[in-house]
Design a protein around this ligand. Structure first.
Ligand code: 9MR
Length: 378
């Protein structure tokens, strides 16, 4: 009888424990009691987000508290792009990026600079000379001035620069941007990487300790694109261009093929054969809840959909742990603070982040935290 009673007591205690632990799950990302992504993954990599200047204006705001609680690497979503930092040839607007870098420095957060050169969000003046096209020499000089001025200003304070963004096109050839059209194979060595090389060399001269990244999307899903990236970086490394790593943006869909993703990371990781300390970063992670390229149709947010959403995120974090254990990766940044501010809300409501539009923690968030409890070789 006593044995029986004690069994009942034990079982009830377990149920109470379970209920209290479920009930005590923190609701909001900024709560003291909430688990912290960057804390959970601190043995592997930093975890970050893309933010905007208004998120950090008031340290007591929920957005700012969320940032301080959850992240230890940050990128500005738009305010450090050429059109904002350097809209006119003779004028730079540094205020917002200055405040961002101060904020990072004051809070032990790694600051990323995004992005020095891109075909989008770049002012036209780079490409014109009076009414006509700028010459290759003029474009290259402007690239040097632009990169040198910005990187020098933040020397030793911005840890990582996305030096160039999205230079490989959707067809996996070198993107035919204005940079490429006007500069082309300027040095006559048979490749068209000259504008990219110029940007990396200028950035390295301005801050030899900064990590210099070539950043692109779809590398994790398109092996053609990953191979094209591999070939471009390999050639530039062989020519002595100071590229430290490739940024995988990782704007992915709900559901990802783990093995294919891993294979594509390995293609880029094999650049270590040429540069042993070559790195990979995840720079813009989010999970689009709608199929790419299709007219928006509301997705049904049901159990199976959410389960897949969770699995997509956890499988990415699992692979990142593996890459970190191989010494390849130390930073995973998500593209936005919460669902409500994601760029993916273009014309329809989207749910791509781990934190919802009310700053509530999703089940997927907790699953990603649980994934950090699974220890590998470490
Ligand atoms: O999130 C950014 C969005 O607010 C801008 O309107 C957009 C302009 O092109 O850029 C978005 O950020 C992009 C990033 O800089 C580079 N990779 C793709 C991102 C999403 O478009």
């Amino acid at each position: 009888m006593i044995k029986h009673l004690s069994r009942i007591i034990c079982a009830s205690a377990a149920i109470v424990l379970l209920l209290t632990s479920c009930g005590s799950r923190a609701k909001y990302a900024y709560e003291d009691a909430a688990p912290s992504l960057c804390e959970a993954y601190k043995d592997w990599f930093r975890v970050g987000a893309a933010i905007n200047s208004w998120d950090i204006e008031d340290p007591n705001s929920e957005n700012c508290r969320t940032i301080l609680k959850q992240f230890n690497v940050l990128t500005m979503e738009n305010e450090s792009k050429p059109e904002n930092l350097h809209p006119e040839e003779d004028r730079y607007y540094f205020d917002k990026f200055d405040s961002f870098v101060d904020f990072c420095e004051n809070n032990g957060i790694r600051a990323r600079g995004h992005t020095l050169l891109w075909h989008s969000q770049v002012p036209d003046w780079f490409f014109h000379d009076g009414a006509g096209d700028a010459s290759a020499e003029l474009v290259l000089q402007r690239i040097r001035d632009h990169v040198t001025t910005i990187v020098t200003r933040y020397k030793g304070r911005v840890d990582t620069w996305d030096v160039v963004n999205e230079v490989i096109g959707d067809d996996s050839s070198l993107r035919f941007s204005e940079w490429l059209r006007l500069v082309g194979d300027y040095d006559g060595d048979g490749d068209d990487y000259d504008y990219i090389e110029t940007a990396f060399i200028a950035a390295h001269e301005a801050d030899p300790d900064a990590r210099l990244i070539i950043n692109d999307y779809s590398l994790e899903t398109s092996s053609n694109k990953a191979i094209r990236m591999y070939k471009a970086v390999r050639k530039m490394l062989e020519d002595g261009v100071p590229i430290d790593g490739v940024g995988f943006q990782m704007h992915i869909g709900n559901g990802i093929d783990y093995d294919a993703m891993k294979d594509n990371f390995e293609i880029i990781a094999s650049l270590r054969d040429i540069k042993p300390d070559f790195v990979i970063e995840v720079t813009e992670l989010d999970v689009n809840c709608y199929p790419w390229g299709e007219a928006p149709a509301d997705v049904e947010i049901t159990g199976p959909f959410l389960k897949q959403f969770s699995e997509t995120y956890t499988s990415v974090f699992r692979l990142m742990k593996e890459l970190s254990e191989e010494g390849l990766l130390d930073s995973v940044v998500m593209w936005g603070l919460h669902d409500g501010v994601s760029w993916l809300n273009n014309g329809h409501r989207n749910y791509p982040m781990l934190i919802d539009r009310g700053l509530e923690l999703k089940d997927a968030f907790y699953d990603v935290i649980d994934e950090a409890r699974v220890r590998g070789q470490k």
